[in-house]
Design a protein around this ligand. Structure first.
Ligand SMILES: Cc1cc2nc3c(=O)[nH]c(=O)nc-3n(C[C@H](O)[C@H](O)[C@H](O)COP(=O)(O)O)c2cc1C
Ligand SMILES: C=C(O[C@@H]1CC(C(=O)O)=C[C@@H](OP(=O)(O)O)[C@H]1O)C(=O)O
Length: 364
């Protein structure tokens, strides 16, 4: 299974949702950087399951146990390796799904690809659970970037019809976004946050789910990072972001909407200010020709509605070879976008750090 990504910073995740452990090996982190473990755990907790009614009720501590690559809190240069225990699996909930695949989850395609021994309990190796190690690795990347003046923060731009306050593409309010990141639903506007929680909870109670759009900002990036054509900022980010289960789309800057506007509306005019080049607006999302232009990086990630809903759905039985109705049991996120916000930040950080390493930038 394709479980690795990265060029200079290579991340490889392992484990399955209902196995004993999940974890990752991260090769290429700069030697000598001191990790703030308290901040790392605080970051990982934003993603951890079981903390509110608008997430799955599976409860996991998501405590990383470092095996190698960290000495007295300092990265030692060798591959960082860690595991996280799975402690709260309810595997019985998945018994009926061995015979009857869930619509729009990976049960069917995994079995076609790997055969009937594939472990899909809790989503197996395809599970959103695998984003816990991504958050540990990415949480460290975020700290390394922050020490170089690069900040990354995301919010839930939209859930259903509920839209968060819009964030400036030229001067994103990073502190507001970072604060919102610790809320149950990462929206900057308290009113819209409440409306989103109510909407998700209504859907949960009727056995339904919703998707959402996450918007990410990265500030402090130098101009000139990236490559054209097939190895640009968009290329590597998109590849890695699609590794998050449930991602259905990635757009940069003004995205698809911008593509329907005119050049006069869409262009980002230059402004030379005290010897520094900036642009008046930022519809390009900080990237042109696959290379950063020094403006904030802006991108949106579309997450689909959770496939595992409680409402009865049509499926089929392998054993009986006929169409049957499926009732999914278990504890599922009514909106995966809610817990995916820190995951998107983590993956963005890992990719941007990988790009900085292209330029042999020294981190210590
Ligand atoms: C943080 C997170 C939590 C998730 N929780 C669930 C869940 O509770 N139930 C579910 O059916 N899918 C959940 N998913 C999504 C599935 O893992 C995903 O839809 C599935 O693996 C199929 O992959 P695809 O949607 O990318 O095609 C979650 C994803 C993430 C990132
Ligand atoms: C456990 C996590 O999320 C899980 C992701 C997931 C899926 O299908 O992706 C399905 C659910 O698994 P289970 O049925 O075992 O509760 C979620 O709870 C986690 O994110 O840590």
């Amino acid at each position: 299974m394709s479980s690795s990504f990265g060029k200079n910073l290579k991340i490889s995740v392992f484990g399955a949702s209902h196995g004993t452990t999940i974890g990752a090996v991260v090769d290429g982190l700069p030697c000598g950087f001191t990790i703030d473990e308290t901040a790392l755990l605080r970051f990982m907790k934003r993603r951890a399951p079981g903390q509110s009614l608008v997430t799955t009720q599976r409860k996991e501590a998501d405590q990383p146990h470092f095996l190698a690559g960290l000495v007295n809190g300092q990265l030692s240069g060798s591959p960082l390796s860690f595991y996280i225990e799975n402690t709260n699996q309810h595997s019985k909930d998945y018994n009926n799904l061995r015979d009857v695949p869930r619509p729009s989850h990976a049960d069917y395609t995994a079995r076609v690809r790997y055969g009937d021994a594939v472990d899909m309990r809790g989503g197996g190796h395809f599970s959103g659970r695998l984003t816990a190690p991504l958050c540990c690795a990415g949480g460290i990347a975020l700290q390394i970037l922050k020490a170089r003046g690069i900040e990354i923060a995301a919010h839930l731009r939209q859930i259903g019809a509920v839209k968060d306050k819009s964030i400036s593409f030229t001067e994103p309010a990073m502190a507001d976004l970072q604060k919102a990141g610790f809320e149950t639903v990462a929206m900057v506007s308290p009113q819209e946050r409440l409306r989103a929680i109510t909407y998700i909870d209504e859907l949960r109670q009727t056995g339904n789910s919703t998707g959402g759009i996450i918007e990410v900002f990265a500030t402090g990036l130098p101009a000139g990072l990236g490559n054209p054509n097939f190895d640009g900022i968009e290329n590597r980010l998109t590849t890695a972001l699609f590794g998050i289960p449930g991602v259905k789309g990635v757009a940069f800057g003004s995205g698809f909407e911008g593509c329907l506007s005119t050049g006069a509306e869409q262009n980002d005019p230059f402004l030379l200010e005290n010897g520094t080049v900036r642009t008046l607006n930022n519809n390009s999302g900080g990237i042109q020709g696959g290379i950063t232009n020094g403006m904030p990086l802006v991108l949106q990630v579309g997450m689909k509605p959770t496939a595992s809903i409680a409402a009865v759905q049509p499926s089929f039985s392998y054993e009986q070879q006929k169409n049957v109705e499926l009732q999914i049991k278990g504890r599922h996120d009514p909106c995966i976008a809610v817990r995916a916000v820190p995951v998107v930040e983590a993956v963005t950080a890992l990719v941007l750090l990988d790009f900085l390493l292209d330029h042999n930038i020294q981190f210590n």
